[in-house]
Design a protein around this ligand. Structure first.
Ligand SMILES: CC(=O)SCCNC(=O)CCNC(=O)[C@H](O)C(C)(C)COP(=O)(O)OP(=O)(O)OC[C@H]1O[C@@H](n2cnc3c(N)ncnc32)[C@H](O)[C@@H]1OP(=O)(O)O
Length: 444
């Protein structure tokens, strides 16, 4: 194990539940107390959680009134979700979704996070997860560990009654508005969500490739599926209980959106907000009918969205997209654990034959040159090579380009990819892109 001196690895199980939630409230300040946490039936797959324990009293702790510092128990932890079918361009692969990373403030900046990431990447490799993905609490943390910013989402504030373009089939759905409930809606939500990510354009890709939305992680991990519709009152922040709108055609669900409303009473009239959670629709008519409901709720003045893909249908449906004040935010960060395995797993959207020279400080076994040869959308061939490299880049830049969200050309503009053979950047950049923008619809 690679933890700093004075700390050791601690496998976790349910007997650590209270300690883990107490640590969580130190790492992530919130109004949810450890006592609240014990009331919430929060599912934890302990087999994928690791704790860090101090060997003894903290030598740096300042005693208060001469008292000996208290012995620290669980001082840090991390976990990972098993994304068995994580969408990458053209296919799905097992990915370790890093989560719940927290270090008690008393023990920060001593190298514990570095130890936990090293441990996590080794565990991913042992499980055959060639890629690790995460949402970053702070965007400056993970680049140093070889993660690259691989996807964005957009956040909109849409005025009530904003006009939508008419599309064929709009207005033909049955609409159900209900309180969101895991038992009642869980299966519907998961199946619409999965189909929306597998075939966002409603068609298959050429040569057996899925024309999917990269990064659109599903909830294969049962603990995650259960978590999605949890709604304890302490998490509502003054808003109502979570609702769901489902649109159906011929009795079949075609889309859903979860949301909560909050009220604001002003002298000039009610100015409530609709806070949209997750949205998934199987075609543009279903999307039109979902948004038509969300944009026309009484007593509301605006609709605030959360994680929408940068190419979500609503952006093309709005007659006045500027009025939505679009904000673009970092979404999934990605780390190639096994560079050859990861490059060979995805598909490429144009023919390519390129040699990449990759640096990787944290996992030096990855460093070296790789030839990527592929016909558009077909399975590629990736081999280690001693041939002259065409492009050189760090593993973090490769992670940023992996889902097709950031182009290699854009990374080149920022000095993160160096072209060593004239023309290589343009052709590789075209091949590494993808027709559908990567994005994940929930924070994990
Ligand atoms: C995937 C997720 O779960 S995201 C959630 C991350 N968790 C949080 O943000 C909760 C609050 N913060 C914490 O728990 C901790 O401060 C952590 C996990 C962010 C950092 O843990 P530490 O043990 O202090 O990190 P560690 O000492 O290993 O630092 C490693 C490096 O990261 C840097 N670093 C650590 N935290 C930050 C930060 N918030 N911003 C920028 N750099 C950081 C350190 O300076 C150090 O840099 P170096 O390698 O150049 O010396």
């Amino acid at each position: 194990m690679t933890f700093p001196a004075g700390y050791h690895h601690q496998p976790l199980d349910d007997s650590f539940r209270e300690a883990a939630f107490t640590l969580d409230t130190w790492a992530f300040p919130s109004s949810t107390t450890p006592e609240d946490w014990t009331e919430i039936e929060f599912p934890m797959d302990w087999t994928r959680f690791v704790g860090v324990v101090a060997d003894g009293p903290d030598p740096d702790a300042v005693p208060i009134d001469g008292a000996a510092p208290a012995r620290s128990d669980l001082v840090a932890m991390y976990g990972s979700y098993a994304f068995d079918r994580f969408p990458v361009p053209g296919t799905e692969i097992p990915v370790g979704g890093l989560t719940w990373v927290g270090v008690h403030p008393q023990h920060r900046r001593r190298g514990i996070l570095r130890g936990m990431i090293t441990d996590h990447l080794d565990a991913c490799a042992a499980r055959g997860e060639t890629v690790s993905a995460l949402f970053a609490a702070e965007a400056a943390i993970y680049g140093r560990f070889g993660y690259g910013l691989a996807a964005h989402d957009v956040r909109l504030t849409i005025p009530r009654a904003a006009r939508l373009r008419d599309v064929p089939g709009a207005g033909t759905h049955t609409v159900r508005l209900e309180i969101a409930d895991a038992d009642r809606h869980g299966a519907l939500v998961e199946s619409v969500h999965r189909e929306a990510g597998r075939r966002p354009l409603g068609v298959d890709g050429p040569r057996g490739a899925l024309l999917n939305r990269p990064g659109w992680a599903g909830r294969d991990d049962p603990s995650l599926a259960r978590r999605m519709l949890l709604d304890p009152p302490v998490w509502r922040g003054g808003k109502e209980a979570r609702r769901i709108v489902v649109v159906e055609r011929d009795g079949e669900p075609r889309g859903f959106a979860t949301f909560r409303r909050s009220s604001e009473w002003r002298d000039e009239g009610p100015r409530g907000t609709v806070h949209v959670g997750e949205v998934a629709a199987l075609d543009v008519a279903a999307a039109h009918d979902l948004w038509s409901v969300l944009l026309d709720l009484d007593l509301m003045a605006k609709v605030e969205t959360f994680l929408l893909p940068p190419d979500d249908a609503i952006l093309g449906l709005l007659v006045d997209p500027r009025a939505a004040g679009t904000k673009r935010v970092d979404n999934v960060w990605l780390r190639l654990v096994d560079v050859a395995g990861a490059l060979a797993s995805r598909r490429y959207q144009a023919d390519v034959d390129v040699v990449l020279h990759v640096t990787d400080e944290l996992r030096p076994a990855n460093a070296g040159s790789y030839r990527v040869r592929a016909t558009a959308f077909a399975e590629p061939e990736v081999t280690r090579t001693h041939d002259d490299a065409d492009l050189s880049l760090d593993v973090s830049a490769l992670g940023a380009a992996y889902l097709g969200g950031q182009t290699l050309a854009a990374l080149g503009l920022a000095g993160r990819v160096t072209e060593l053979r004239s023309g290589a950047l343009a052709t590789a950049s075209a091949a590494f892109g993808w027709p559908v923008a990567p994005s994940c619809s929930f924070v994990f």
